[in-house]
Design a protein around this ligand. Structure first.
Ligand SMILES: [Zn+2]
Ligand SMILES: [Zn+2]
Length: 212
């Protein structure tokens, strides 16, 4: 699995392109590109690597993770647009939310696929298992590859921190319970790619995250 990380938009959000080198199939996780330069950076990477976008996946649909959803969907029209059903509220209310930050964003497209807890998403030879961890947002998903020992954690778990739970549909105790039961039980060597900030490992967070 190849993983390309981009840091996009006003919120320093991490967008990932996960690709299978043998089939050239890929998924965009959390298309946060906002500025034209960022959109072109994402597009240029995918075209220059000759990748075929199978999925636009959302760990959750807070606006910083969805700024570039319309651009990605229009640029790669054959991709499924997939998130947990509980995140649709953010897609529907995206323009209002962004205006509250004084940001004029493009309306994200409708989801074409609802991801269930435990579902395995195939991208060529890559298998990403969806793990439902609500509490930062009501439909929060992490994507886990057993074969590559990699977890895409969205805003659920960060290096030395956890996601905030004061936004719509958030719940702190639900979040902490989900992290402890479903994420900290993964193998310690699992590399965690977070929605913001640097990557970490499960073992590091198990041993030193002050919120857990
Ligand atoms: Zn978030
Ligand atoms: Zn975020």
């Amino acid at each position: 699995m190849n993983i390309q990380t981009f840091v996009f938009n006003h919120f320093g959000e991490n967008t990932f392109v996960v690709s299978d080198p043998s089939s050239r199939k890929c998924a965009i996780i959390d298309p946060g590109c906002f500025f034209e330069k960022e959109k072109q950076e994402l597009k240029t990477y995918i075209l220059s690597e000759n990748l075929q976008v199978e999925y636009i996946l959302f760990t959750h649909c807070h606006l910083d993770h969805a700024f570039g959803a319309k651009f990605a969907a229009e640029t790669f029209p054959h991709a499924q647009i997939a998130a947990h059903k509980n995140e649709e509220v953010f897609i529907n209310d995206a323009l209002n939310q962004s205006l509250r930050f004084g940001i004029n964003m493009e309306q994200p497209p409708h989801l074409t696929h609802y991801i269930e807890d435990g579902e395995v998403i195939s991208i060529g030879n890559i298998a990403l298992q969806a793990i439902f961890v609500p509490g930062h947002s009501p439909g929060g998903l992490c994507f886990y590859s057993v074969a590559d020992s990699v977890l895409f954690a969205g805003d659920v778990l960060f290096s030395g921190s956890v996601g905030r739970s004061d936004l719509l549909g958030g719940n702190h105790s639900t979040l902490i319970a989900g992290i402890e039961e479903k994420l900290l039980t993964l193998p310690g060597k699992t590399v965690v790619y977070c929605g913001h900030g640097p990557a970490t490992t499960i073992e590091t967070e198990r041993n030193s995250n002050p919120y857990l």
